[in-house]
Design a protein around this ligand. Sequence first.
Ligand code: LLP
Length: 440
Amino acid sequence: MHLYGTQSVDEKGQLIIGGTSAVTLSKTYGTPLYVYDTALIKERARAFIQTFKRASVQAQVAYASKAFSSIAMYQLADEEGLSLDVVSGGELYTAIRANFPVERIHFHGNNKSDEELIFALDSGIGCIVVDNFYEIEQLKRLTALKGKNVNILLRVTPGIEAHTHDYITTGQADSKFGFDLNNGQADQAFQSVIDDQHICLLGMHCHIGSQIFDSAAFSLAAKKLIFKMLSWKKQFDFTCPVLNLGGGFGIRYTEEDKPLLPETYVEDMIKSIQSEIRHNDYPMPEIWIEPGRSLVGDAGTTLYTIGSQKEVPGVKKYLAVDGGMSDNIRPALYQAKYDAVVANKMSASSTTTYTVAGKCCESGDKLIEEISLPSVEAGDTLAVFCTGAYGYSMASNYNRLPRPAVIFVEEGKHRLVIKRETYEDIVRLDCSLHDKVLGE
Ligand code: LLP
């Protein structure tokens, strides 16, 4: 059995996370419950940041907060010295409500609205990652209107698609994001911003994929971007102060996944950038990265209470939990695989193969297709590991299920960071058919 972060098993055979038993947590806060082991989040943040420091490389490690966005998480990211990647007015608003230093916030997105850009400019955003020509026009117009200056990166697609163990290089990337690096779009974007009096170009950004286990993919991306940086230096005497290589560092969901350490991803990245830079006598840029999943993914565990069971004789045994695709859409959406344990029966041997189903009205609402567990009964606590990234942030109210609570645990202390939704919350935005009609 693989345990994560501070997880252990006590003498009663119960799963302990952050010094408290999962059963106590589920009794205290109810289930489903997202539990974050904050010591592990800190360990990861420090590993990324310290590796740059040790190599004396100027860097920003920006937490890709789409993985899990909340006020407390942003406060924790700030305490750890992380920067922040936000992708919407809503994430930016949450960051501002968390008092996150705005100068360390980077604003992404392929279709930012005028309202979102004005909000970012008025807040004094650290950097906008510009995605397309429409956005360049928006920014020119809005910065002139407001008389404000803004730092930008140009998001480019280098023609590398990386996923897990493989990556492919393509002449032209079929992506909705960014300026193509190979067909002249990136050069055209460069030329249209470089003389603007309000826009300050810091360099380029790329994000090549998710769950990447091979650091060579990042090195290749770096190489392609540096090649373009060199051409801008030669042609326009422009030096990029920043090179942002995005996120996508893989984590272990199941035993099939064999991620590298954060230190290794960063060391390999630094090595290949330094070798390209030195070889070409170019000043070392600041390196920015954007880990999301690798900061919070395996620090998160979802606790569920097991309810009904159904056996399809000769086929399979279902056990049903009190959540499902409403709190974790990833199995249904991406066929994502998860590992789980029975948190109150950690010492019992696994004798039965179950399919873990959720409670949503959809046959596809299965969290785990096949898992070997001790024999379970109603009331047992199922702990599904590695749900910290894209779990809560992609949760829904499908079937009008209230979204679960989120807690942080560390050294025997636990705190609520997002309250469980109530039925009242569920109807909060509904309007009655008996309200006044407009248009008469
Ligand atoms: N930077 C950019 C520009 C991104 O688009 C992303 C993720 C990241 C950083 C962070 O990637 P990470 O380190 O977390 O892999 N919902 C999907 C993942 C979508 C990722 C989108 N972009 C999932 O649940 O797997």
